[in-house]
Design a protein around this ligand. Structure first.
Ligand code: GDP
Ligand code: MG
Length: 163
């Protein structure tokens, strides 16, 4: 069966935009307001003739009990449990936040395969900013722009090598 990739990260980093880019359909609702993805949303992505499943989740915020409705948080946790690989998305425009650092620590503890995508790397200078995400200690930083497509092909190549 097709491997499952769970997209997690803080609200507003571009998880749903990346989901739509990978799945090639506008299914996830993209909004400026956080927490818009209320339930797990699954799609099939194809790259170089291979298929994998992608699940979009509401934003996960381990530091704030009240930051997100409980069921959104638990949806992200369920998605992480069942995933073969976790795609942790951060915002290259904002840089690594305290919450990103907490999530990164949780992911390292989980022992699951993790890939780190620094989204909103819309330009070469943003790609440089994205590289600073290396401080999260999750290995290679994949600079992508989900909105414009920049870096997404290279990222998919790297992803398939891990699946
Ligand atoms: P989510 O909450 O993590 O699912 O984030 P969304 O996909 O809903 O996106 C949040 C906001 O970031 C929206 O305004 C998107 O248009 C914007 N966004 C997403 N990807 C990119 C990107 O690659 N570059 C820029 N500049 N904005 C983006
Ligand atoms: Mg979303």
């Amino acid at each position: 069966s097709a491997p499952l990739v769970a997209i997690i990260g803080r609200p507003n980093v571009g998880k749903s935009t990346l989901f739509n880019r990978l799945v090639g359909r506008r299914e996830a609702i993209v909004e400026d307001r956080p927490g818009v993805t209320r339930d797990r949303l699954y799609g099939v992505a194809s790259w170089e003739g291979r298929h994998f499943l992608v699940v979009d989740t509401g934003g996960v915020d381990p530091s704030l009990d009240t930051g997100l409705p409980g069921h959104i948080r638990s949806q992200a946790e369920v998605a992480m449990e069942e995933a073969d690989l976790i795609l942790f998305v951060v915002d290259a425009k904002e840089g690594a936040t305290a919450v990103d650092i907490d999530i990164a620590a949780e992911l390292r503890r989980s022992g699951k395969p993790v890939m780190l995508a620094a989204n909103k790397a819309d330009s070469p200078s943003r790609e440089l900013a994205a590289a600073a995400m290396h401080e999260l200690g999750l290995g290679e930083v994949h600079a992508v722009s989900a909105a414009h497509g920049r870096g997404v092909g290279d990222f998919c190549d790297a992803l398939l090598e891990r699946l």
